[in-house]
Ligand binder design. Structure first.
Ligand SMILES: Cc1cc2nc3c(=O)[nH]c(=O)nc-3n(C[C@H](O)[C@H](O)[C@H](O)COP(=O)(O)OP(=O)(O)OC[C@H]3O[C@@H](n4cnc5c(N)ncnc54)[C@H](O)[C@@H]3O)c2cc1C
Length: 388
């Protein structure tokens, strides 16, 4: 892994997070010469637990890749009402599963290593276009520099979108949510069962994902001041505030918070780089779209970018020159609707709860009422989340 990178490859992937590593494995399997580099030797997911949809698990064969805890149903609860979304409504055993992001990335990196060339810790520090591709300047662990020529570069370098800036992507849309995700592991008075909770309050949202060792993984979206208070208070006070935020019905179903560990705060923002292609540099995953975690869509969306890239590059006409303009445009066009729809869904879900307006309250009550009253509507929402 510390040996010099090759001088030329067909496809260079920058960033071996889940998206880059999954993509590298798939592209190498379909016959491309792929180089995958990452600035970090080890994944750095800071204990994040992610919920992956049934489609992500099945499409990337992830169920056995790392430890996974299945989700059979999700309780969606708001002051205006609640409902259960169940796998059995779609004839499935599970809606998806929770996995530790760092274990998932390790497994995908190992998968990539079977057929792609991998190098880490190696950082991309500069790039420039030439007639037939892109010249990458890579910095090795001891500061040594190497140049690699690639016909196509996929930037899967995460929300920092450093590579997009280097490549001259000019549009970065979005805003700061002025909210923090407070992530932690909590122990409730009842052991986890295969159910998750999405609880929306006024100006806050919390998700509890079933995890192992009797714990749930918590992601609690809070305004900065309240996040700071919840991060600093002692465990008993934290559990009391969490119980209050969950509400009595949810503590009756899931149990009352008893212990908390590993609290950390993550600032939240929306950031998008449309279009996802500029010349021979394509963006995938969080470098193309960094979302609010409220609907657990970010990685699922990134894996769909990777799936589309692999599908486009598997077309016989793309093989001659994978970085050709027509190939890049095909990728960008095929991703527009899914990315726009997922961003709109995630943002509207968040915005509908971020304000105390009576109008929004009425809209929320109507939406929940409609989902409860019309099973087909509920099923189509669920199918979109699970099968996309
Ligand atoms: C609190 C929270 C909870 C979440 N929960 C969910 C969930 O339940 N479900 C879901 O689908 N999504 C969830 N997400 C989103 C999900 O975690 C991200 O979308 C996903 O991890 C992004 O993966 P990625 O591979 O695109 O980027 P990253 O995981 O950020 O990987 C980028 C990689 O690029 C490397 N890199 C960066 N710059 C360079 C460079 N110049 N040279 C070389 N390498 C470089 C980095 O070292 C890193 O390894 C959540 C996010 C948050 C914040």
């Amino acid at each position: 892994m510390s040996s010099k990178p090759p001088r030329a490859v067909e496809i260079a992937i920058i960033g071996a997070g889940a998206v880059g590593a999954a993509l590298a494995a798939r592209l190498a399997e379909i016959g491309y010469a792929v180089l995958l580099v990452d600035a970090r030797a080890k994944p750095c997911a800071e204990g994040r637990i992610v919920a992956l949809s049934h489609a992500s698990l099945a499409g990337w064969d992830l169920r056995g890749a790392a430890e996974a805890i299945g989700i059979r149903k999700v309780r969606v609860d708001a002051p205006e009402g609640s409902l259960w979304l169940r796998a059995e409504d779609l004839g499935l055993a599970e809606l998806g599963a929770c996995m530790a992001l760092d274990a998932l990335v390790e497994a995908l990196r190992a998968r990539a290593a079977r057929s792609a060339q991998i190098r880490w810790p190696v950082r991309l520090v500069a790039l420039r276009a030439d007639e037939k591709g892109v010249v990458l300047r890579l910095q090795g662990p001891r500061g040594g520099m190497h140049e690699v020529h690639a016909r196509l570069v996929v930037a899967a370098d995460g929300a920092g979108a450093e590579v997009a800036r280097m490549a001259g992507f000019r549009t970065r849309l979005g805003w700061l949510h002025n909210r923090f995700a407070l992530a932690a592991f909590v122990r409730l008075s009842r052991p986890p069962f295969a159910a998750a909770l999405e609880r929306f309050g006024e100006d806050e949202a919390l998700a509890l994902l079933p995890w192992r060792d009797g714990e749930y993984a918590l992601v609690w979206t809070l305004a900065p001041r309240r996040a700071l208070l919840r991060l600093r208070e002692d465990a008993d006070a934290f559990c009391a505030h969490l119980a209050e935020a969950m509400g009595p019905e949810n503590t009756a179903i899931f149990g009352a918070p008893r212990a908390v560990r590993a609290r950390r705060g993550i600032p939240l923002a929306l950031a998008l780089s449309p279009p996802a292609v500029r010349g021979r540099v394509w963006l995938a995953g969080a470098s193309a779209h960094h979302l609010h975690p409220v609907a657990a869509q970010g990685l699922n969306l990134g894996l769909r970018d990777a799936r589309t890239i692999a599908e486009v590059l598997d077309e016989p006409w793309a093989r001659r020159d994978p970085g050709a303009r027509v190939v890049g445009e095909t990728y960008a066009q095929r991703r527009v609707l899914d990315v726009a729809g997922t961003v709109a869904f995630t943002e509207s879900l968040w915005l509908a709860h971020a304000h105390r307006s009576p109008c929004l309250r009425a809209v929320r009550a109507l939406a929940l009422g409609a989902l409860r009253a019309f099973p087909d509507l509920r099923k189509s929402l669920l199918a979109r989340l699970v099968h996309a």
